[in-house]
Design a protein around this ligand. Structure first.
Ligand code: ACO
Length: 333
């Protein structure tokens, strides 16, 4: 892909609610078990927001940490893009709340919804502004409080999701060879019914399972688990094949794969069909569950902080979700 300016990652950050809900913490009335959830999904616990914690407040903390790791100040930020399906309010956008919280200058700030693929969409959109020289430093945030939109009486969905936020700062590349090499964004609205969230009458921010639920089923996230499973497995395989082919890379050229943290069984099923070493996979869903648009930046930040990934490593990012949407990206850190 020809570029006018290369685009690199300058810093990462993340933020998870302190409160952790373990599989065994779900009420008996849900009729589930730690064993069922672990063996079907790989998830042991997920973070759920407490009062005062919202997707914007988690996003703000993640953004501050990303700026710190990039050694930049809020005054350096030229744009904020926040991927979310659980913005605190319809208006203002989470990105504006984060902008105000950071104390940035008047700069463009907007939210973007591509469901669980949102962060890769936001990263790719933001990269275009750096590539053309329109902006130098952009904060890209993925922030979610899925606890607002899951039905805590529906055992087929509520055990899967968690709250959290991740952020990166991107800017122009100064050294050759680092930065974004490849991306692809896709959507197929004909399969929208597989994952649906009506979006009216949402719970207020920072709800928790203890609160009484609203009974209109269209207020909650609904999905066809089996069809989503098949879509996700196929998409992981196709995106990996496509990225290697188009970038002319082999598995040994990739240092780390960060897939959307959806479900261990989905990831295992995809990798059973791929000739790819599983030790290159970054997976943290055991502790965080599925945090939708926040899952990839949270995992990326964890990889950087724990030494799973380091500057110079080539990472493959893979996301898929409601819409349906899906996307891939190859970056050298
Ligand atoms: N605890 C106990 N039993 C459960 C639970 C639970 N948490 N959830 C479902 N069951 C029951 C079902 O009610 C059903 O019972 P029945 O046979 O008496 O009717 C039985 O388990 C089997 O149900 P299935 O839906 O066939 O279970 P499956 O093995 O397919 O697992 C799951 C369900 C985990 C949702 C699976 O379909 C899946 O992983 N789908 C992918 C969905 C996903 O992860 N989506 C993430 C959001 S979308 C995204 O991020 C892209």
């Amino acid at each position: 892909m020809s570029t006018s300016h290369g685009v690199i990652l300058l810093g990462t950050g993340s933020s998870l609610p302190e409160r952790s809900v373990r599989n065994g913490d779900f009420p008996a009335s849900l009729d589930t078990s730690d064993e069922w959830i672990r063996t079907r999904t790989g998830i042991r616990e997920r973070h759920i927001s407490a009062a005062g914690e919202t997707s914007a407040s988690l996003g703000l903390v993640a953004a501050r940490r990303a700026l710190e790791s990039a050694q930049l100040d809020p005054a350096d930020v030229d744009m904020i893009v926040c991927a979310t399906v659980t913005s605190d309010m319809m208006v203002p956008a989470n990105a504006c709340v984060i902008q105000a919280g950071l104390g940035c200058r008047p700069i463009p700030a907007f939210d973007l919804n591509a469901a669980c693929t949102g962060f890769l969409y936001a990263l790719t959109v933001a990269a275009q502004f750096v590539r053309t020289g329109t902006c130098r430093r952009i904060l890209v945030v993925g922030a979610e409080t899925l606890s607002r939109v899951v039905d805590f009486s529906d055992r087929t969905t509520c055990v899967l999701f968690g709250d959290g936020a991740g952020a990166v700062v991107i800017g122009p590349a100064e050294a050759d060879g680092r930065g974004e090499h490849w991306f692809r964004l896709y959507a197929d609205g004909r399969r929208a019914d597989l994952i649906r969230l009506n979006g009216t009458r949402l719970r207020p921010p920072a709800s928790c399972p203890a609160e009484p639920r609203i009974t209109d089923e269209f207020d909650f996230l609904r999905m066809n688990g089996r069809e989503v499973f098949k879509f996700a497995v196929r998409t992981i395989i196709e995106l990996i094949d496509e990225s290697l082919l188009e970038c002319k890379l082999s598995p040994s050229d990739i240092d780390l794969i960060i897939p959307h943290q959806v479900n261990q069984r989905i990831i295992d099923a995809a990798f059973a069909d791929l000739n790819f070493p599983t030790d290159k996979l970054m997976v943290n869903l055991e502790r965080n569950g599925n945090t939708s648009a926040a899952s990839i930046p949270i995992a990326l930040d964890e990889a950087m902080r724990t030494g799973r990934a380091a500057p110079g490593d080539r990472v493959l990012l893979i996301a898929f979700g409601g819409g349906l949407t899906w996307a891939g990206g190859v970056w050298t850190l």
